[in-house]
Design a protein around this ligand. Structure first.
Ligand SMILES: Cc1cc2nc3c(=O)[nH]c(=O)nc-3n(C[C@H](O)[C@H](O)[C@H](O)COP(=O)(O)OP(=O)(O)OC[C@H]3O[C@@H](n4cnc5c(N)ncnc54)[C@H](O)[C@@H]3O)c2cc1C
Length: 503
C-alpha cells in the first residue's frame, strides 16, 4: 500500500528491470520511488527450488500467455512471462549469460548511441559478482553467479562429446567474449534461485522512500499535455492514481510495456483505431519488431540412469556459428538433463539437446484488441518466417547429432526419440523443427530504441515525442543478444538508473 501521494519515479512492473531500478533509484534518500506490480509479493515455494522452474510458468507466478497460431505449425505456442515480485527472473531457467559481443553491433542500426558491448560492459559488471573471477567480469554486484559446482554427469558427457566433435572448450561462456562449449553461470546461490527481487529489491525494502504495491495492474498512463504525470492502477478492488513529479518508467517487460503504451493511445494509428482506442500520440513502432529465440529439441532415451537434476537442468551450453562466414555465433546448443515432452513417444529416462537460432531475422507483432487492461494481448512472434532462421536451426541440429553420436555418450546407450532418425533429410528435419519448436522465453523489441521513425524510445530510453516517460526493460532491445536475455536486461536497467539520475 502506497504511503506517499507524489513520487519522483514511478516504476511499472517489478521484474528484472523494475527491481534493479527500485533499488538503484531509492539509494538516493531524497528520491521518492513507487514500484507497482500486477502480481503477488508471495510466490509459490517452488520458485526457490531450481529444478522446479519448468512448472512455474503455469502457476500463479506466470501470465499464461499463448501466441496466435504460428505459420509453420498452425498452432499457438506457449509464451511464458513472470508475474509477481521478480517477474520473469523469478520463474526463469536461471542461465546467466551476456550475449556474444558481436550481437550488440546491430543495436546502433536505428541510430541508438551508447549501447555497444563496450558501453554496456560497466553495467554488466555492476550487476554481478562472478564467482569464477574470469577476466572482464564483475566482482561487487548484487547477483552472485557461478557455474554448477558439479554438473550432471550426462551433461558432462555431452560437453566431452562436443569437444570430441571438434568444438572449442570455452572457459567463460557467460562473459560475452568466447565461443564454444562450457558450463554457464547460473542465478543459484547455496542451492536456491536468486531472482532480481532477492538480489536487488528485498534489501531495499527497508528504505522509507521506496513504496511497493503488489496485486496492482496498471491500467493506463496519465498525461498533462505531452508530459506523463502518473499512472492509473487497480488494487484491492479500487482504481487509484499515483502522481509522478519526475518520471514514469515502464519496466513491465516486452509484452507489458508495449501493451500499456497501446492502451494509453500511444502506438500505430491503425492498430489503435482497430482496437477502438483514441490515438493520443502516434508512434508507429510500438508493438512492432517483436522477436524471440525459438528452440527445437532433440530428445534422447538413455539406458543408463540419468542422475536427478540438482540445478536448472541446463547447466552446460555452447555458442557456435551456423556457417563459417557468420558475423558471430548464431546458434546455441544447450544440454538438458531431462527428456522434455516430445511429439513422438514418451521418454522416462533420458536427456535433451536444445537448439536455438540466436540471431533470428523473423519479426512479429504485439497488439491489443481493446483498452480493457485485462484482455489478453495478441502475440505473434512470427517464428521461422525467415528462411535464414530455418537454416540456422538445421545447422544446429546437425551439430547436435554429431555430439550425440560421439563416443563420450556411447556408454549411456542412447537413442534419438524425437525427431528420430527417420528425419534425416533437410526437409523433414526442418519440417519437424518448424512444427514442434517452443519459445525459449526471450522476447524483446516491442519498444525498440533508436533515433529513427520506427524507434519507440531514444538512446536515453525516453519515449519519443513525450516527456517524463521512459521504457527500460527487454522491450527496448533492438535485436536480440546471442545468448539468454536476462543478463542483458540487468545491464539495461543498471544503465537506465544512471540515465535517470543524470550520472
Ligand atoms: C520461463 C522463462 C525462462 C527463462 N529462462 C531464462 C534463462 O534461463 N536465462 C535468461 O537469461 N533469461 C531467461 N528468460 C528470460 C528473462 O527472464 C527475461 O528476458 C527478463 O526477465 C525480462 O525482464 P523484464 O524486466 O524485461 O521483464 P519481466 O521480468 O517479465 O518483468 C515485467 C514485470 O512487469 C509486470 N507487469 C506487466 N504488466 C503490468 C501492468 N500493467 N501493471 C503492473 N505490472 C505489470 C509483470 O507482472 C512482471 O513482473 C526466461 C523467461 C521465462 C519466462
Amino acid at each position: 500500500m502506497s504511503s506517499l501521494s507524489v513520487y519522483d519515479y514511478i516504476l511499472v512492473g517489478a521484474g528484472t528491470a523494475g527491481c534493479v531500478l527500485a533499488d538503484r533509484l531509492s539509494q538516493d534518500e531524497n528520491a521518492r520511488v513507487l514500484l507497482v506490480e500486477a502480481g503477488s509479493a508471495t510466490l509459490p515455494d517452488a520458485v526457490t527450488h531450481p529444478p522446479a522452474w519448468p512448472a512455474l510458468a503455469a502457476s500463479a507466478a506466470g501470465w499464461g500467455d499463448v501466441t496466435v497460431a504460428q505459420r509453420g505449425s498452425g498452432a499457438p505456442v506457449a509464451f511464458p512471462r513472470g508475474k509477481g515480485l521478480g517477474g520473469s527472473s523469478a520463474i526463469n531457467a536461471m542461465v546467466f549469460a551476456r550475449g556474444h559481443h558481436t550481437s550488440y553491433e546491430s543495436w546502433g542500426d536505428h541510430g541508438a548511441k551508447g549501447w555497444t558491448f563496450e558501453d554496456l560492459l560497466p553495467y554488466f559488471q555492476r550487476s554481478e559478482t562472478a564467482v569464477s573471477g574470469a577476466t572482464g567480469r564483475g566482482s561487487n554486484g548484487p547477483l552472485f553467479v557461478a557455474p554448477a559446482a558439479e554438473p550432471n554427469e550426462v551433461l558432462l558427457a555431452c560437453l566431452n562429446g562436443a569437444v570430441e566433435a571438434g568444438h572449442r572448450r570455452a572457459f567463460d561462456i557467460s562473459g560475452g567474449l568466447e565461443e564454444g562449449f562450457a558450463p554457464v553461470d547460473l542465478n543459484i546461490v547455496a542451492g536456491r534461485r536468486q531472482s532480481a527481487a532477492d538480489a536487488y529489491l528485498t534489501p531495499a525494502l527497508k528504505r522509507h522512500n521506496l513504496d511497493v504495491v503488489t496485486d496492482a495492474v496498471v491500467h493506463r498512463l496519465v498525461f498533462d499535455g505531452t508530459r506523463c504525470t502518473g499512472v492509473e492502477y487497480r488494487a484491492q478492488g479500487q482504481v487509484r492514481t499515483a502522481a509522478a513529479a519526475g518520471e514514469v518508467v515502464l519496466t513491465a517487460g516486452t509484452v507489458g510495456s508495449a501493451q500499456l503504451l497501446l492502451r494509453s493511445g500511444i502506438g500505430p494509428e491503425r492498430d489503435l483505431r482497430r482496437a477502438q482506442v483514441d490515438v493520443f500520440h502516434a508512434l508507429p513502432g510500438v508493438g512492432q519488431n517483436l522477436h524471440d529465440h525459438p528452440r527445437a529439441n532433440l530428445v534422447y532415451r538413455a539406458q543408463r540412469l540419468v542422475p536427478a537434476a540438482r540445478n536448472n537442468h541446463g547447466e552446460i551450453l555452447g555458442l557456435l556459428r551456423s556457417a563459417p562466414e557468420a558475423d558471430g555465433p548464431d546458434v546455441q546448443i544447450i544440454f538438458i538433463d531431462i527428456p522434455v515432452p516430445n511429439p513422438v513417444a514418451p521418454v522416462e529416462n533420458g536427456f535433451t539437446i536444445g537448439v536455438s537460432p540466436l540471431r533470428p531475422a523473423s519479426r512479429g507483432t504485439l497488439r491489443i484488441t481493446s483498452a480493457d487492461p485485462y484482455a489478453p494481448p495478441v502475440i505473434d512472434p512470427n517464428y521461422f518466417s525467415e528462411e535464414q532462421d530455418v537454416q540456422a536451426v538445421l545447422s544446429g541440429i546437425t551439430a547436435a547429432r554429431r555430439i550425440a553420436w560421439s563416443s563420450a555418450l556411447a556408454e549411456w546407450g542412447i537413442e534419438e526419440v524425437s525427431p528420430g532418425l527417420s528425419a534425416v533429410d533437410r526437409q523433414s528435419i526442418s519440417d519437424h523443427a518448424r512444427r514442434y519448436f517452443g519459445s525459449y522465453c526471450h522476447p524483446v523489441g516491442t519498444c525498440m530504441m533508436g533515433e529513427d521513425e520506427v524507434s519507440v524510445v531514444d538512446s536515453a530510453l525516453r519515449v519519443r515525442g513525450l516527456d517524463g516517460l521512459r521504457v527500460a526493460d527487454a522491450a527496448v532491445i533492438p535485436s536480440i543478444p546471442s545468448n539468454n536475455t536476462n543478463a542483458t536486461v540487468y545491464a539495461i536497467a543498471e544503465k537506465a538508473a544512471d540515465l535517470l539520475r543524470g550520472a
